[in-house]
Design a protein around this ligand. Structure first.
Ligand code: G3H
Ligand code: 13P
Ligand code: ZN
Length: 315
């Protein structure tokens, strides 16, 4: 199964290198259906922003990868901006190989649950398959777990990315970009108390791996209060949700972060708009009636992200 649009996907590494130089980050947005894809691509086109569309194993299963590929082809043919297609959190060699063979721009091999040595071996296996085919690889070192405020230094060291290990990991695997653990986590509940990221550690990682090496920040949804409120006002139960404050991203991009992953915020925008639509229009049952505002909400959200990450006008 190959992406064969007349306009081609761009290599992810090209986008990341340009972002590093320009001290901005390219947003990587998770795609699960047509409306999400259209919203993201319309936002990118309007703001002339390069985009990374990313697909998880769950998305491949939900939508059927063949459908997603055709949607991405349609997006390429109806837009003028650089678009990359990335596998998000590939957990083994086989899924990475399938996406490399399928024409993706890049893959992530997520060996973060394995030991350092096993993560290196798995990542290297994927890099050795990807590089001769012109495909770049992202790996992850450290654990993207929620960290309690009162955690000890040694406990934190066991979870967060170690700068010296990051350097060794990159040297031994040849991996093109590295997702780091500095306090973000996936989902809508990232912090119990105040939102904190370990920027001192990020600076140390940047120093260890070099100024020209692209780092990746997963778990970067901001969980905006207005979106949580819309969801909760219209029947959701998402109490105490908290994300990464938007002002933290400019600091992250100055410290080598060139790719920022967002999924949860897309889900909140999409779901909030649907909940609101149903509450206000109980007689509606045509999916186009409620998917139209859902798509519009995601588009507005992504336009905001593009500005916060500094990607507008960079296409
Ligand atoms: O980091 C995970 C992304 O949010 C994708 O989530 O595996 O539920 O598609 P998913
Ligand atoms: P969020 O859950 O913060 O949106 O993170 C998404 C992500 O990291 C996808 O890989
Ligand atoms: Zn992630």
């Amino acid at each position: 199964m190959t992406v064969c649009a007349s306009r081609q996907l761009v290599p992810t590494s090209e986008l990341l290198i340009a972002a590093l130089k320009g001290k901005y980050a390219v947003g990587a947005y998770n795609v699960n259906n047509m409306e999400l894809l259209q919203a993201i691509v319309e936002a990118g086109n309007e703001l002339k922003a390069p985009l990374i569309l990313q697909v998880s194993a769950g998305a491949r299963k939900y939508a059927n990868e063949a459908y997603l590929i055709k949607l991405v082809e349609a997006a390429l043919n109806s837009s003028t901006i650089p678009i990359a297609l990335h596998l998000d959190h590939g957990e083994d060699f086989e899924i990475c190989k399938a996406c490399i063979d399928g024409g993706f721009s890049s893959v992530m091999i997520d060996g973060s649950k394995h030991s350092f040595e096993d993560n290196i071996a798995l990542t290297k296996q994927v890099v050795d398959y990807a590089h001769p085919r012109g495909i770049s690889v992202e790996a992850e070192l450290g654990k993207l777990a929620g960290v309690e405020d009162n955690i000890s230094v040694s406990e934190k060291d066991a979870i967060y990315t170690n700068p010296a290990e990051a350097k060794e990991f990159i040297e031994r695997t040849g991996v093109d970009s590295l997702a780091v653990a500095i306090g973000t986590s996936h989902g809508a509940y990232k912090f119990k108390g105040e939102a904190k990221l370990d920027f001192v550690r990020l600076a140390e990682i940047q120093q260890a791996v070099g100024l020209d090496y692209p780092l990746v920040l997963h778990g970067s949804s901001s969980v905006p209060a207005y979106l949580v409120k819309i969801c909760n006002d219209f029947g959701a139960e998402i109490p105490g949700a908290k994300g990464v404050p938007e002002e933290m991203f400019s600091q992250a991009t100055k410290l080598g972060v060139a790719k920022i992953n967002v999924d949860t915020d897309l889900r909140l925008a999409f779901t909030g708009a649907i909940r609101k639509h149903f509450a206000e229009n109980p007689s509606h049952f045509d999916p186009r009636q409620y998917l139209t505002p859902a798509r519009a909400a995601v588009k507005e959200l992504v336009k905001g992200k593009i500005k916060v990450f500094g990607t507008d006008g960079k296409a």
